[in-house]
Write a protein that binds this ligand. Structure first.
Ligand code: NAD
Ligand code: UD1
Length: 335
């Protein structure tokens, strides 16, 4: 299939590009480089051995989108492009609604105009909000507790309305849990700008000496060891989930929302210990007070993905830590 990846040079998009190219799909990328680097394109070309046409541009640029969809004979779009910082979304909500919701509307308009009606959307576990029960299944109430989560929920609602207005649409919202890890070759991975907010990139920067110690945000939660528990998923497993969703879209139309996680909650200490095995050293750490807005624990029920996509995460926590560390070492060597 000819597939357009919006935001395809970012963390999840780039890994998905390698998997789709491996499956023989023709992958085209549009990215405005807001949170990615053009060198990633060279890495993708060297990993896949394919050209992968690239357009530097914004998904809110309707004429450009229409031109790409037409000229590249796109059959399906995977919409990764978006902003993802919870903290920034709270201080700059308009930017987040404009990019995440406005960008999605522009993309949908372009797709509708060219009559392309297959879409995979990058949604997030954040749409669920405070757990009313765990694990979250897809029927759990949707009550996001931050602006970022509300942008994702609004797009999901638009997509559901669109699919109801025209039954030719085939739309899959993938609700990602906590993606970490990197491609085995170490050439692509997660590269946040500035001081990372998320645990794995922070750990990597402590290990490589960029940051002095890890702050553990609370060890007094009612969890297995007092630290927060999350459903970390290897980004390559996540990438393969997109290939499985493509297959589903070829079998059915309509709207589906599907969790992509492992179903296993892992504590901060468990992740730190696994990471220490990867680097064969201890990580200096200081327990701090809880981070505001954090939930003690959340993880996915993964039965729907298993049933509809015939997909399950395969890689374990050690593989996630080993590959993250491999990528961190590669980028530190070239910086
Ligand atoms: P990322 O920031 O690494 O990638 C997003 C890419 O989109 C970047 O390359 C950025 O330059 C590009 N982009 C942003 N706005 C754009 C625009 N208007 N036009 C064109 N390109 C634009 O993020 P990621 O971690 O790869 O996440 C991909 C998607 O998955 C996002 O929509 C994010 O909200 C969602 N998601 C991510 C996570 C996570 O933990 N990484 C979890 C749940 C959902
Ligand atoms: C955060 C986002 C979520 C997003 C996800 C992507 C918030 C409130 N939520 O989730 O919307 O989908 O990233 O992966 O920002 N921790 C530390 N020290 C650190 C960093 C984190 O102890 O330096 C702890 C946190 O308290 C939490 C766990 O590690 O218990 C995971 O944190 P993080 O990686 O930021 O992910 P989430 O909070 O799940």
């Amino acid at each position: 299939m000819n597939i357009l990846l919006t935001g395809g040079l970012g963390f999840i998009g780039s890994h998905t590009a390698t998997v789709l190219a491996d499956y023989g799909h023709h992958v085209v990328i549009i990215d405005n480089l807001y949170n990615s680097q053009k060198e990633t394109l060279n890495s993708l070309r060297s990993i896949t051995g394919k050209v992968l046409p690239f357009y530097e541009g914004d998904v809110r640029d309707l004429p450009l989108l229409k031109r790409i969809l037409k000229e590249e004979q796109i059959e399906c779009v995977i919409h990764f492009a978006g902003l993802k910082s919870v903290a920034q979304s709270q201080t700059n909500p308009l930017e987040y609604f404009d990019n995440n919701v406005g960008g999605s509307i522009a993309l949908l308009e372009a797709m509708q105009a060219i009559n392309i009606k297959k879409l995979i959307f990058s949604s997030s576990a954040t749409v669920y909000g405070a757990p009313q029960y765990l694990p979250y299944d897809e029927a759990h109430p949707l009550q996001p507790i931050n602006v970022y989560g509300r942008t994702k929920l609004q797009v999901e609602e638009i997509l559901q309305d669109l699919s109801q207005s025209d039954d030719a649409w085939s739309i899959v919202c993938l609700r990602y849990f906590n993606p970490i890890g990197a491609h085995n070759c170490g050439l692509i991975g997660e590269r946040p700008q500035g001081i990372p907010n998320n645990l794995m990139p922070y750990l990597c920067q402590v290990a490589s000496g960029q940051l002095p110690h890890l702050n553990i945000f609370g060890d007094d939660y009612d969890t297995k060891d007092g630290t927060g528990e999350r459903d970390y998923i290897h980004v390559m497993d996540l990438a393969e989930g997109h290939a499985a969703a493509l297959a589903l879209m070829n079998r059915q139309t309509g709207f589906e929302a599907i969790n992509l996680g492992t179903g296993n909650p892992v504590s901060v200490y468990e992740l730190v210990h696994a990471f220490e095995r990867s680097i064969q050293r201890t990580i200096p750490r200081i327990v701090q007070k809880r981070r505001s807005g954090d939930l003690p624990i959340y993880y996915a029920k993964v039965d729907k993905a298993s049933r509809l996509l015939n997909w399950r995460a395969q890689r374990d926590l050690q593989a996630m830590c080993d590959s993250s560390w491999k990528y961190e070492q590669k980028i530190r060597a070239v910086l």
